[in-house]
Design a binder for this molecule. Structure first.
Ligand code: BV8
Length: 242
Protein backbone atom coordinates (compact mmCIF):
# COMPACT_ATOMS: atom_id res chain seq x y z
CA UNK A 1 0.00 0.00 0.00
CA UNK A 2 2.90 2.40 0.76
CA UNK A 3 4.37 1.88 -2.71
CA UNK A 4 0.99 2.74 -4.20
CA UNK A 5 0.65 5.89 -2.09
CA UNK A 6 4.20 6.92 -3.13
CA UNK A 7 3.32 6.41 -6.80
CA UNK A 8 0.05 8.35 -6.44
CA UNK A 9 1.87 11.19 -4.66
CA UNK A 10 4.28 11.54 -7.61
CA UNK A 11 1.64 11.01 -10.33
CA UNK A 12 0.49 13.69 -12.76
CA UNK A 13 -2.10 11.40 -14.37
CA UNK A 14 -4.05 8.54 -12.75
CA UNK A 15 -6.26 5.99 -14.55
CA UNK A 16 -8.64 3.74 -12.60
CA UNK A 17 -10.46 0.67 -13.97
CA UNK A 18 -13.25 -0.82 -11.84
CA UNK A 19 -15.44 -3.90 -11.98
CA UNK A 20 -18.30 -5.51 -10.05
CA UNK A 21 -16.12 -6.01 -6.97
CA UNK A 22 -16.23 -2.31 -6.04
CA UNK A 23 -20.02 -2.52 -5.77
CA UNK A 24 -20.02 -5.78 -3.78
CA UNK A 25 -20.03 -3.87 -0.48
CA UNK A 26 -23.08 -1.95 -1.68
CA UNK A 27 -24.89 -5.30 -1.60
CA UNK A 28 -24.71 -5.95 -5.36
CA UNK A 29 -23.70 -9.46 -6.54
CA UNK A 30 -20.62 -9.74 -8.74
CA UNK A 31 -20.73 -11.68 -12.02
CA UNK A 32 -18.49 -14.47 -10.96
CA UNK A 33 -19.42 -14.18 -7.29
CA UNK A 34 -22.55 -16.28 -7.55
CA UNK A 35 -20.80 -18.27 -10.26
CA UNK A 36 -22.10 -15.76 -12.77
CA UNK A 37 -25.34 -17.61 -13.06
CA UNK A 38 -28.88 -16.25 -12.77
CA UNK A 39 -31.78 -18.72 -12.76
CA UNK A 40 -29.30 -21.22 -14.30
CA UNK A 41 -28.42 -18.83 -17.13
CA UNK A 42 -24.86 -17.70 -17.76
CA UNK A 43 -24.48 -13.91 -17.67
CA UNK A 44 -22.87 -14.09 -21.14
CA UNK A 45 -26.05 -15.79 -22.50
CA UNK A 46 -28.39 -13.13 -21.16
CA UNK A 47 -26.10 -10.17 -21.95
CA UNK A 48 -25.95 -10.92 -25.69
CA UNK A 49 -27.90 -10.01 -28.86
CA UNK A 50 -28.59 -13.74 -29.42
CA UNK A 51 -29.97 -14.12 -25.88
CA UNK A 52 -32.26 -11.12 -26.41
CA UNK A 53 -33.42 -12.41 -29.80
CA UNK A 54 -34.12 -15.84 -28.26
CA UNK A 55 -36.11 -14.64 -25.23
CA UNK A 56 -36.45 -10.84 -24.74
CA UNK A 57 -38.85 -11.28 -21.80
CA UNK A 58 -36.32 -13.43 -19.91
CA UNK A 59 -33.54 -10.88 -20.57
CA UNK A 60 -35.76 -8.05 -19.33
CA UNK A 61 -36.66 -10.02 -16.20
CA UNK A 62 -32.90 -10.21 -15.49
CA UNK A 63 -32.35 -6.50 -16.13
CA UNK A 64 -35.44 -5.50 -14.19
CA UNK A 65 -34.09 -7.52 -11.21
CA UNK A 66 -30.77 -5.69 -11.48
CA UNK A 67 -32.43 -2.26 -11.94
CA UNK A 68 -34.42 -2.85 -8.73
CA UNK A 69 -31.21 -3.92 -6.92
CA UNK A 70 -29.33 -0.84 -8.16
CA UNK A 71 -32.17 1.49 -7.16
CA UNK A 72 -31.83 0.25 -3.58
CA UNK A 73 -28.03 0.41 -3.50
CA UNK A 74 -25.88 3.24 -2.10
CA UNK A 75 -22.28 4.06 -3.02
CA UNK A 76 -19.87 2.55 -0.45
CA UNK A 77 -16.64 3.92 1.07
CA UNK A 78 -14.72 2.57 -1.93
CA UNK A 79 -16.76 4.59 -4.43
CA UNK A 80 -16.51 7.68 -2.20
CA UNK A 81 -12.73 7.35 -1.81
CA UNK A 82 -12.29 7.28 -5.61
CA UNK A 83 -14.36 10.46 -5.88
CA UNK A 84 -12.00 12.06 -3.33
CA UNK A 85 -8.90 10.77 -5.14
CA UNK A 86 -10.11 12.59 -8.27
CA UNK A 87 -9.67 15.92 -6.45
CA UNK A 88 -6.20 15.03 -5.14
CA UNK A 89 -4.43 14.32 -8.45
CA UNK A 90 -3.85 16.67 -11.44
CA UNK A 91 -5.42 14.38 -14.10
CA UNK A 92 -7.85 11.56 -13.23
CA UNK A 93 -9.95 9.20 -15.35
CA UNK A 94 -12.23 6.46 -13.98
CA UNK A 95 -13.32 3.80 -16.47
CA UNK A 96 -15.89 1.34 -15.15
CA UNK A 97 -17.31 -1.93 -16.45
CA UNK A 98 -20.25 -1.48 -14.07
CA UNK A 99 -23.64 -0.34 -15.30
CA UNK A 100 -24.92 0.54 -11.78
CA UNK A 101 -24.21 4.35 -11.91
CA UNK A 102 -22.77 4.21 -8.35
CA UNK A 103 -19.54 6.06 -9.20
CA UNK A 104 -21.46 9.13 -10.35
CA UNK A 105 -23.74 8.79 -7.30
CA UNK A 106 -20.59 8.93 -5.12
CA UNK A 107 -19.57 12.22 -6.76
CA UNK A 108 -17.03 11.00 -9.32
CA UNK A 109 -16.93 13.38 -12.31
CA UNK A 110 -14.69 12.00 -15.05
CA UNK A 111 -16.40 8.57 -15.31
CA UNK A 112 -16.31 6.51 -18.54
CA UNK A 113 -19.02 3.81 -18.64
CA UNK A 114 -17.26 1.27 -20.87
CA UNK A 115 -20.23 -1.13 -20.92
CA UNK A 116 -23.05 1.42 -20.86
CA UNK A 117 -25.67 1.97 -18.16
CA UNK A 118 -29.15 0.97 -17.06
CA UNK A 119 -30.69 4.48 -16.79
CA UNK A 120 -32.58 4.16 -20.10
CA UNK A 121 -33.52 1.74 -22.90
CA UNK A 122 -33.50 2.37 -26.67
CA UNK A 123 -35.54 0.96 -29.51
CA UNK A 124 -33.57 -1.41 -31.73
CA UNK A 125 -35.30 0.02 -34.84
CA UNK A 126 -35.98 3.76 -34.45
CA UNK A 127 -33.61 4.55 -31.56
CA UNK A 128 -36.34 6.06 -29.38
CA UNK A 129 -35.33 6.01 -25.71
CA UNK A 130 -37.32 5.50 -22.49
CA UNK A 131 -36.20 6.02 -18.87
CA UNK A 132 -35.62 2.88 -16.80
CA UNK A 133 -36.13 4.46 -13.37
CA UNK A 134 -38.48 1.59 -12.48
CA UNK A 135 -37.46 -0.98 -15.09
CA UNK A 136 -39.45 -1.95 -18.21
CA UNK A 137 -42.73 -3.87 -17.89
CA UNK A 138 -42.94 -6.90 -20.20
CA UNK A 139 -45.82 -5.39 -22.20
CA UNK A 140 -43.63 -2.41 -23.12
CA UNK A 141 -40.76 -4.41 -24.75
CA UNK A 142 -42.27 -4.22 -28.24
CA UNK A 143 -42.19 -0.68 -29.70
CA UNK A 144 -44.93 0.64 -32.06
CA UNK A 145 -42.35 1.02 -34.87
CA UNK A 146 -41.82 -2.76 -34.86
CA UNK A 147 -38.59 -2.55 -32.93
CA UNK A 148 -37.89 -3.69 -29.36
CA UNK A 149 -36.59 -1.72 -26.39
CA UNK A 150 -33.20 -2.96 -25.18
CA UNK A 151 -31.05 -1.63 -22.28
CA UNK A 152 -28.28 0.88 -23.17
CA UNK A 153 -25.58 -1.60 -22.22
CA UNK A 154 -22.83 -3.25 -24.31
CA UNK A 155 -23.59 -6.91 -24.82
CA UNK A 156 -21.03 -9.66 -25.51
CA UNK A 157 -20.09 -9.54 -29.19
CA UNK A 158 -20.90 -5.83 -29.40
CA UNK A 159 -18.40 -3.01 -29.75
CA UNK A 160 -17.89 -0.55 -26.91
CA UNK A 161 -19.01 3.06 -27.60
CA UNK A 162 -16.18 4.39 -29.82
CA UNK A 163 -15.84 7.80 -28.11
CA UNK A 164 -15.82 6.26 -24.63
CA UNK A 165 -13.24 3.67 -25.76
CA UNK A 166 -10.95 6.25 -27.33
CA UNK A 167 -11.04 8.43 -24.21
CA UNK A 168 -10.33 5.42 -21.96
CA UNK A 169 -7.49 4.10 -24.12
CA UNK A 170 -5.99 7.60 -24.32
CA UNK A 171 -6.15 8.19 -20.56
CA UNK A 172 -4.74 4.71 -19.79
CA UNK A 173 -1.87 5.38 -22.21
CA UNK A 174 -0.97 8.73 -20.56
CA UNK A 175 -1.28 7.51 -16.96
CA UNK A 176 1.60 7.40 -14.46
CA UNK A 177 -0.49 5.14 -12.21
CA UNK A 178 -3.04 2.54 -13.39
CA UNK A 179 -5.21 1.35 -10.48
CA UNK A 180 -7.45 -1.70 -11.03
CA UNK A 181 -10.19 -2.28 -8.46
CA UNK A 182 -12.62 -5.19 -8.11
CA UNK A 183 -12.38 -6.84 -11.49
CA UNK A 184 -11.44 -10.41 -12.45
CA UNK A 185 -10.00 -8.87 -15.64
CA UNK A 186 -11.56 -11.60 -17.81
CA UNK A 187 -13.58 -9.41 -20.15
CA UNK A 188 -11.99 -7.70 -23.16
CA UNK A 189 -11.20 -5.16 -24.42
CA UNK A 190 -11.76 -3.56 -20.95
CA UNK A 191 -9.13 -5.70 -19.21
CA UNK A 192 -6.63 -4.75 -21.92
CA UNK A 193 -6.75 -1.12 -20.72
CA UNK A 194 -4.76 -2.11 -17.64
CA UNK A 195 -2.03 -3.81 -19.64
CA UNK A 196 -1.39 -1.40 -22.52
CA UNK A 197 0.83 1.12 -20.68
CA UNK A 198 4.13 -0.59 -19.71
CA UNK A 199 5.49 2.72 -18.29
CA UNK A 200 2.76 3.13 -15.66
CA UNK A 201 2.87 1.92 -12.05
CA UNK A 202 0.21 -0.85 -12.11
CA UNK A 203 -1.63 -1.64 -8.86
CA UNK A 204 -4.56 -3.95 -8.06
CA UNK A 205 -7.04 -3.88 -5.17
CA UNK A 206 -8.83 -7.22 -4.94
CA UNK A 207 -9.16 -9.79 -2.14
CA UNK A 208 -8.41 -12.47 -4.75
CA UNK A 209 -5.74 -13.09 -7.37
CA UNK A 210 -6.71 -12.22 -10.95
CA UNK A 211 -5.27 -12.68 -14.41
CA UNK A 212 -3.64 -9.28 -13.93
CA UNK A 213 -1.90 -9.92 -10.59
CA UNK A 214 1.37 -11.21 -12.02
CA UNK A 215 1.85 -7.96 -13.97
CA UNK A 216 1.26 -5.67 -10.98
CA UNK A 217 3.88 -3.46 -9.28
CA UNK A 218 1.72 -3.56 -6.16
CA UNK A 219 -1.45 -5.34 -5.04
CA UNK A 220 -3.62 -4.88 -1.98
CA UNK A 221 -5.46 -8.09 -1.10
CA UNK A 222 -8.34 -6.36 0.65
CA UNK A 223 -11.89 -5.27 0.00
CA UNK A 224 -12.13 -1.98 -1.91
CA UNK A 225 -14.18 -0.21 0.79
CA UNK A 226 -11.49 -1.06 3.35
CA UNK A 227 -8.38 -0.28 1.31
CA UNK A 228 -9.32 2.77 -0.79
CA UNK A 229 -10.24 5.17 2.09
CA UNK A 230 -6.88 4.33 3.77
CA UNK A 231 -4.92 4.93 0.58
CA UNK A 232 -6.66 8.26 -0.08
CA UNK A 233 -6.25 9.37 3.54
CA UNK A 234 -2.50 8.63 3.44
CA UNK A 235 -2.15 10.47 0.14
CA UNK A 236 -4.00 13.50 1.53
CA UNK A 237 -1.79 13.51 4.66
CA UNK A 238 1.30 13.23 2.45
CA UNK A 239 0.16 16.21 0.37
CA UNK A 240 -0.55 18.26 3.52
CA UNK A 241 3.00 17.64 4.77
CA UNK A 242 4.48 18.93 1.47
C1 BV8 B 1 -16.35 -7.26 -28.27
C2 BV8 B 1 -22.59 -5.05 -19.73
C3 BV8 B 1 -16.03 -7.14 -30.59
C4 BV8 B 1 -23.85 -5.83 -19.77
C5 BV8 B 1 -20.67 -6.57 -19.99
C6 BV8 B 1 -10.19 -11.34 -26.25
C7 BV8 B 1 -9.96 -12.51 -25.58
C8 BV8 B 1 -11.06 -13.31 -25.20
C9 BV8 B 1 -12.40 -12.93 -25.46
C10 BV8 B 1 -12.61 -11.77 -26.12
C11 BV8 B 1 -11.52 -10.99 -26.53
N1 BV8 B 1 -12.02 -9.92 -27.15
C12 BV8 B 1 -13.40 -10.00 -27.16
C13 BV8 B 1 -13.77 -11.13 -26.54
C14 BV8 B 1 -15.14 -11.56 -26.32
C15 BV8 B 1 -15.79 -10.92 -25.08
C16 BV8 B 1 -15.08 -11.34 -23.83
O1 BV8 B 1 -14.27 -10.63 -23.28
N2 BV8 B 1 -15.44 -12.55 -23.37
C17 BV8 B 1 -14.88 -13.05 -22.09
C18 BV8 B 1 -16.01 -13.62 -21.26
C19 BV8 B 1 -13.83 -14.08 -22.36
N3 BV8 B 1 -15.81 -9.46 -25.17
C20 BV8 B 1 -16.86 -8.90 -25.83
O2 BV8 B 1 -17.75 -9.52 -26.36
C21 BV8 B 1 -16.84 -7.37 -25.91
N4 BV8 B 1 -17.16 -6.96 -27.24
O3 BV8 B 1 -15.29 -7.82 -28.14
O4 BV8 B 1 -16.85 -6.84 -29.46
C22 BV8 B 1 -16.48 -6.22 -31.62
C23 BV8 B 1 -15.60 -5.28 -32.05
C24 BV8 B 1 -15.98 -4.44 -33.09
C25 BV8 B 1 -17.25 -4.58 -33.66
C26 BV8 B 1 -18.15 -5.55 -33.17
C27 BV8 B 1 -17.77 -6.36 -32.12
C28 BV8 B 1 -17.95 -6.76 -25.01
C29 BV8 B 1 -17.80 -7.16 -23.61
C30 BV8 B 1 -18.81 -6.38 -22.72
C31 BV8 B 1 -19.94 -7.26 -22.26
N5 BV8 B 1 -20.80 -6.55 -21.31
N6 BV8 B 1 -21.50 -5.85 -19.17
C32 BV8 B 1 -24.36 -6.20 -18.40
O5 BV8 B 1 -23.78 -5.78 -17.40
O6 BV8 B 1 -25.39 -6.88 -18.37
S1 BV8 B 1 -19.40 -7.52 -19.31
C33 BV8 B 1 -19.76 -7.65 -17.61
O7 BV8 B 1 -19.04 -8.79 -17.16
C34 BV8 B 1 -19.28 -6.52 -16.75
O8 BV8 B 1 -19.46 -5.27 -17.34
C35 BV8 B 1 -17.81 -6.87 -16.55
O9 BV8 B 1 -17.05 -6.44 -17.66
C36 BV8 B 1 -17.82 -8.38 -16.58
C37 BV8 B 1 -17.76 -8.91 -15.19
O10 BV8 B 1 -16.44 -8.81 -14.78
P1 BV8 B 1 -16.10 -8.09 -13.36
O11 BV8 B 1 -16.77 -6.79 -13.29
O12 BV8 B 1 -14.64 -8.16 -13.22
O13 BV8 B 1 -16.86 -9.03 -12.29
P2 BV8 B 1 -16.42 -10.49 -11.80
O14 BV8 B 1 -17.57 -11.02 -11.03
O15 BV8 B 1 -15.87 -11.27 -12.93
O16 BV8 B 1 -15.18 -10.23 -10.80
C38 BV8 B 1 -15.40 -9.49 -9.62
C39 BV8 B 1 -14.02 -9.31 -9.00
O17 BV8 B 1 -14.18 -8.49 -7.84
C40 BV8 B 1 -13.37 -10.62 -8.55
O18 BV8 B 1 -12.01 -10.62 -8.96
C41 BV8 B 1 -13.48 -10.57 -7.03
O19 BV8 B 1 -12.37 -11.19 -6.40
C42 BV8 B 1 -13.46 -9.07 -6.77
N7 BV8 B 1 -14.12 -8.63 -5.54
C43 BV8 B 1 -15.18 -9.21 -4.91
N8 BV8 B 1 -15.51 -8.48 -3.79
C44 BV8 B 1 -14.65 -7.41 -3.77
C45 BV8 B 1 -13.77 -7.50 -4.89
N9 BV8 B 1 -12.80 -6.59 -5.13
C46 BV8 B 1 -12.68 -5.55 -4.25
N10 BV8 B 1 -13.51 -5.38 -3.16
C47 BV8 B 1 -14.48 -6.29 -2.89
N11 BV8 B 1 -15.26 -6.13 -1.83
Amino acid sequence: MDALVDALAAAKAVFVLTGAGISAESGLPTFRGAGGYWESHRAEELASPAGFERDPALVWRWYNMRIRAYAGAKPNAGHVALAQLESLVPAFTLATQNVDSLHAAAGSKNVLELHGHLREARCTKCGATVSLSSGLPEDRIEHGCGGRFRPQVVWFGEALPADVWQRAAGAAGRADVVLVVGTSANVYPAAGLAMQNERAFLAEINPDQTGLSSRCDAFVREDAAAALPLIVQRLAERQLRR
